[in-house]
Design a protein around this ligand. Structure first.
Ligand code: ZN
Length: 88
């Protein structure tokens, strides 16, 4: 019995990695901060790519893979990120 293996893709352009696990939504691992979805990656990074060369290198340019942008995908929730951590 073969276990489907997950694979990790890396977008050099956007500086993120995407964990692809069978049966699960792709998990985007940002260089900092919590992980997210492909739509989040798109909302924050990939949509700002302009040239054809950039888009050709980006691994998150497929609309059917990333899905629709969702509330909170953009940076507007940045202020809610806990930067303090361990103040006492
Ligand atoms: Zn990208």
């Amino acid at each position: 019995m073969t276990v489907p293996s997950s694979q990790r893709l890396r977008c050099e352009l956007c500086q993120v990695e995407i964990d692809c696990q069978p049966g699960l939504p792709d998990q985007v691992l940002f260089s900092r901060g919590p992980g997210g979805t492909r739509s989040k990656l798109w909302a924050r990074v990939c949509q700002y790519l302009t040239t054809g060369e950039q888009k050709a290198r980006c691994i998150n340019q497929v609309p059917t893979l990333r899905g629709d942008e969702k509330p909170g995908d953009r940076y507007e929730d940045l202020s809610s990120i806990d930067l303090g951590g361990n103040q006492t």
